[in-house]
Design a protein around this ligand. Structure first.
Ligand SMILES: Nc1ncnc2c1ncn2[C@@H]1O[C@H](COP(=O)(O)OP(=O)(O)OP(=O)(O)O)[C@@H](O)[C@H]1O
Ligand SMILES: O=P(O)(O)OC[C@H]1O[C@H](OP(=O)(O)OP(=O)(O)O)[C@H](O)[C@@H]1O
Length: 227
């Protein structure tokens, strides 16, 4: 296994006597840096990996996997990773019933229905990176629009006429403002969540329970689903 990071974080492991190896899944992008920093504050021997093409790092008893957002629920659900951090938006879109003990409180944003300001007429086609959540929302509203799955810069679909509306993330609202768009309805509030594989929680409870406890203390996180 690649082990490009030699520095082992200053803090001791949570269970220094006999730390059980654990594997954690983190998404590249917005969540990665804050996720690693939070886990280090919770006592894991992590340092931020230096820029390299490595995709996994072993630091002390912890192996860190760097994944695309959508792949984090898959790795945790199937037990390749014992735990991970992922946005609630991506978790909900995955449709996987993964144990989600904590709202970590960062990467806050909302998933919303968006249209051009002043647009009227029926919603015949709605574009999104979140086709499942979009279809569910439209169905709940009794709307039969076609859902078009796109991969990025979703708002452009509205602006170019590809779709009548989009379902996308809003945080500060500056993307909406810069593109003459408006938020019609909030579909989901999102923030980074800790997700844990249920079997790992039993087999590695000596490592994972204290980790969840420390993260709860640090974030003031609330239990999000029954354990
Ligand atoms: N503007 C934003 N402000 C705050 N949080 C955000 C914002 N955009 C996205 N997020 C949250 O951060 C998570 C990761 O976002 P990021 O931008 O890193 O992913 P991405 O590059 O869009 O993902 P990918 O290309 O892998 O689909 C999202 O799933 C969401 O929960
Ligand atoms: O309300 P704001 O603060 O402007 O943030 C919202 C924007 O942030 C995200 O885009 P991102 O920059 O991740 O690019 P993407 O469209 O490629 O996902 C999201 O898709 C919005 O476009």
């Amino acid at each position: 296994m690649t082990d490009p990071v030699t520095s082992v974080g200053a803090q001791a492991a949570l269970n220094p006597a006999s730390p059980t190896p654990i594997t954690l899944a983190l998404p590249k992008g917005r969540i990665f840096e804050e996720g690693v920093a939070l886990l280090a504050r919770a006592g894991l021997p992590l340092a931020l990996p230096e820029k390299s093409r490595a995709l996994q790092w072993r630091m002390g008893h912890v192996t860190l996997l760097e994944l695309r957002n959508q792949d984090v629920p898959v790795y945790v659900d199937l037990g390749i990773a014992d735990a991970g951090i992922v946005g609630k938006d991506v978790l909900a879109e995955s449709g996987r019933a993964i144990y989600e003990p904590l709202d970590l409180g960062f990467s806050r944003c909302r998933l919303s229905l968006i249209r051009e300001i002043g647009a009227s007429g029926p919603l015949l086609r709605v574009a999104s990176k979140y086709p499942r959540l979009t279809a569910e929302y439209l169905q709940n509203r009794g709307l039969s629009a076609e859902v078009l799955k796109l991969s990025g810069n979703i708002e452009l679909a509205c602006l170019t006429g590809l779709a009548d509306a989009v379902v996308d993330l809003v945080q500060t609202g500056s993307t909406l403002k810069a593109n003459n768009l408006e938020e019609l309805e909030i579909i989901l509030q999102s923030s980074a969540r800790l997700v844990v594989n249920r079997t790992s929680l039993k087999l590695k409870r000596g490592e994972l329970r204290p980790l969840i406890g420390r993260l709860r203390e640090l974030t003031g996180g609330q239990a999000t689903t029954p354990g």
